[in-house]
Design a protein around this ligand. Sequence first.
Ligand SMILES: Nc1ncnc2c1ncn2[C@@H]1O[C@H](COP(=O)(O)OP(=O)(O)OP(=O)(O)O)[C@@H](O)[C@H]1O
Ligand SMILES: [Mg+2]
Length: 304
Amino acid sequence: MIRTEGLTRRFGDRTAVEDLTLEVEAGEVLGLLGPNGAGKTTTVRMLAGLLAPTSGRAWVAGHEVGREPGAIRPKVGFLPETPGFYKRLSVERNLRYFAQLYGVPQPQAAVRRVLERLSLWDRRGEAVATLSKGLRQRLGLARALVHEPQVLFLDEPTSGLDPESAREVREFIGELAGERRTILLCTHNLAEAEELSTWIAVLRTRLVALDRPGELKRRLSGSRILVDLANPRPEFTSLALPFVRGASLDGSVLAVDVEDPEREAPALVRRLVELGAEIQAVRREERTLEEVYLELVGRGDGAD
Ligand SMILES: Nc1ncnc2c1ncn2[C@@H]1O[C@H](COP(=O)(O)OP(=O)(O)OP(=O)(O)O)[C@@H](O)[C@H]1O
Ligand SMILES: [Mg+2]
């Protein structure tokens, strides 16, 4: 549904996106993560046909981006970082304008449907200028959806929203995904990406990682086993097992770095029991997507 091949965009000497190749199937959600300036917005603007790539190609909904804009536009909805509206016109007039622009057959009915869906119908007569940020964001979603596109590009849909509004928008995105729409979601919110995405791409001008959220965590998860001991003793750190890279004791928790935790946990437990350890629990060190992400993008040093 979305495919890119070596997609690259330069602004003068600066490369914003380099050699991006990825594929998103129909009905999947791709979470696009990356530090400020990583090229997320540039990527969606290219895919939405608003910015020409310097090189490389992309296809959206079966059409090549840049070649058939007229064919792509009705199939794609775009929520930009800061959605623009005619601020002095009403909510409804704004949406009707966009519905007509997209050539929606019955614009009035479509506008009503989408406003009701986003709980904005009651505010349809108000000028956009008077809406709060959260309401304007919802209106942005309404605009991205008014022509019922199969593909959605959402650039930080929850940024700047209070926790409750952000949750509503997230739930709404979940609903859209449930309708088998294909969604590219740029976000800085890792929990959000994890909750909504089929795939997570980490961008830092180049693609740093692309995987399922769980797989990404697993692949990068420290290969560390934590053993809770009833009788912690320093000698338990001298295990003399070929696969153990290191072990340390912190209070009653023995942390053992191994090569493959799943394969090696049983042998480790046997050895500890031989040494007289009383084991209360054995667990894998859990890492959050945030830790994995920080490792991928390089802790504390941004792309700029
Ligand atoms: N129109 C432009 N002219 C010049 N440079 C640009 C332009 N648009 C983007 N850039 C540069 O390209 C790089 C990528 O920007 P982009 O907006 O795609 O990043 P982003 O990942 O969306 O960042 P953020 O998380 O801050 O939204 C940045 O260095 C940015 O300054
Ligand atoms: Mg951006």
